[in-house]
Every structure is written in C-alpha cells, then in structure tokens.
Design a protein around this ligand. Structure first.
Ligand code: PMP
Length: 342
C-alpha cells in the first residue's frame, strides 16, 4: 500500500472563510428566479493525481479559469438544481438531496468527470446552508435554490478527459420560476428541433443539453408560450417540457381515470419531482398511475372529446405548473377545464 492514492472527498477537513461584507437580503417580492446570490459558495477542487482537495466555503465570487479550460470549449459541465426550505420550527430541510447527488454522479460519469462521495458532499452542502441560513425564505412558495455545478478545468484544446475539475455550489433565494407567477402556462409543441434521442444524453443534467434548447424556447416565447413541449419521432411522442417533466391526467375512452407520465426511456430527465409525484399518487391509490408513451394525437383526441382532466409540468424550479394550452401544428389545444379554443 502506498499513501499516495488520490484522496476521497471528505467533509471533515472543510475550511470556512466568512465574508466581511454580507449583502442586504432582497425582499421576496423583488426576487427574480436565479438572479440573487447569497454571500458564500462551496468549492472543492479535484486533480487526477491528488484526488479531492479540502472543501472550502468562501465568499461568493468570480472563478479564475484558464481560457483553455475544457469546460469553455467542449462543454464538460453538469449541474443540479435542488431546494432548501425552512420548516415552521426553523429547521433547515433539503428536498431529497440524495436523489440529486446520485443523478449528478451519473451526469459526471457521462462526461468522464470523477465520481464523488455523495454523503460527504451533502455534509459540505449542509454546512454551507447553516452559514447561509438567513437567506432561506420562510414565506410559502419561496425557498433557497441550490446549484451544484461540476466543471472540467484542465487547460486543453485537445478533446480529452479532464485531469482537473471543480465542484461548486451557489445558492439563490427564489420564488416563482415564471415571471407570470404560479399561473397556468402555455406550451409550444416543438416540431422544428429535437432535444434528445436514444443513446444521447437526455437523461442527464448536462449544460450541453440546454444551450441548443434556447432556440426552441425563443420560438415558444415568440408564440406567447412560457415553455416548449419536446416531442419526438414520427408519432410525435410527448417527452417533457423545457425544464419540467410532463403529466397528463385523463379519462380513457373506456372511462378509466389515469395519470400518465412518459417513461424514462433515456431521452427524458428522471426528475426528482416526477418521481415524488408518481410515488405519492400511487400511495393515494385513487386512480391508475402509468409511466407509458403518450402521443400528441392521443392528447389532442382526448382534449377534443373533453376527457383531459388536467395537464401539468413538474420540476424543482417550476414546482407543479398547470398547463392551460398547447400550441401544436398551428392549432391551439386548451387542456383541463379550458376546452379547445380554436
Ligand atoms: N426535465 C428537465 C429537462 C429539467 O431541466 C428539469 C429540471 N431539473 C426537470 C425535467 C425536472 O427535474 P427535477 O424534478 O429533478 O427538478
């Protein structure tokens, strides 16, 4: 045994440097999603030789990166989105963080970034939250959004796995994701572009999945929709929404009430919120809960026959967003209680 094997990530050695100039809190009513950042961040460096270095909690600030860092050229980056809340008794609560950290390790693996010890990383995040406690809003509908981020920092214009990386976490107090608040949203079903495909990276949370989606998001906005609905294949299978998983609650032709969410076939992000909703709905045992393929044709037919009870998207940032209409193939389909509008 040598004592030079790369070090595992360990929370016990964490170093904490507090800011001398804490920022004033922003009133909840003025929070725009992802625009206000707290006083501190967590940063943990990794090198192939030395392994995981001392986790540091330090004042929030710019990163210093070599302009040749792999992340800046080939998009070697993955991230997570999770929320912390303060309970009535003042206790800080994270919502199922172990699911996010597990997903992050899967994303990292796809980028050949190193694996980290999820439990130790979580301990570091908990320390950061204790320090940022005053930033966790207590009002209903508000929370502290955490953004764990993992980037490849090795300077290299050769396309290669990175021998250096940085894992960091920043935090934002947030309220509603959409500027329209918690109101029902409109979706533009995207036929012009494809988000993910079999064997691709749609089931991972890579920055590289989102940049090419912006053009579809812009098209949706140009058509007065909050987000786009990703559909796939010749049958226009529904997959997911811009940053949400999708649910359709309907009556089948046979009169059975079912909650359907498209299956995790590798093209869809396995959402923590999706998992939790399916889990809860199965426990209620009031209607059938199905993870199965659903096409635009099936939804449009159900809308026209007045069988769609509700459609909604779900995700950490957007929470549960009811869907009021879908713009598809030049027609507007109203969902739920709002029926076909044209
Ligand atoms: N799909 C996509 C593409 C997303 O970006 C998100 C947000 N992370 C979701 C679904 C929902 O996932 P989660 O419930 O884990 O936030």
């Amino acid at each position: 045994m040598t004592n030079s094997s790369p070090a595992p990530l360990s929370a016990s050695s964490i170093s904490i440097q507090k800011t001398d100039s804490p920022k004033p809190l922003v009133p909840n009513s003025q929070l725009l999603f992802g625009k206000t950042f707290t006083d501190h961040m967590l940063a943990i460096r990794w090198t192939q030789e030395g392994g995981w270095q001392t986790p540091e909690i330090k004042p929030y600030g710019n990163l210093s990166l070599d302009p040749a860092a792999l992340v800046l050229h080939y998009g070697l980056e993955c991230f997570e989105g999770m929320k912390a809340y303060k309970g009535k008794n003042g206790e800080i609560r994270l919502f199922r963080p172990e699911m996010n950290l597990k997903r992050m390790n899967l994303s990292a693996k796809r980028l050949t970034l190193p694996a980290f010890d999820e439990a130790e990383f979580l301990k570091c995040i908990e320390q950061l939250l204790k320090i940022e406690e005053r930033w966790i809003p207590q009002e209903k509908g508000y929370s502290l959004y955490l953004r764990p981020t993992f980037i490849a920092t090795q300077p290299s214009l050769g396309v290669t796995s990175s021998n250096e990386a940085l894992l960091y976490v920043i935090c934002c107090p947030v309220g509603p994701y959409y500027p329209t608040g918690f109101k029902a949203v409109s979706l533009y079903a995207t036929r012009e572009y494809v988000r993910a495909w079999p064997g691709g990276t749609g089931n991972m949370k890579l920055g590289g999945n989102y940049a090419p989606g912006l053009v579809a998001q812009k098209l949706a906005a140009d058509n007065e929709c909050q987000q786009n609905l990703w559909i796939f294949g010749e049958e226009d299978k529904i997959t997911e929404v811009g940053t949400m998983n999708l649910f359709v609650y309907l009556k089948t032709k046979e009169g059975e009430t079912v909650l359907i969410s498209p299956p995790l076939d590798g093209t869809i992000l396995p959402g923590v919120t999706r998992y939790s909703i399916l889990d809860l709905a199965r426990q209620w045992d009031e209607f059938k809960v199905l993870e199965r393929e659903i096409t635009m044709h099936e939804v449009c037919e159900a809308v026209q026959e007045g069988r769609v009870i509700e459609m909604f998207g779900a995700g950490t940032a957007c929470i549960v967003s009811p869907i009021k209409k879908i713009l598809y193939d030049g027609k507007v389909f109203g969902t739920g209680n709002i029926h076909l509008t044209c």
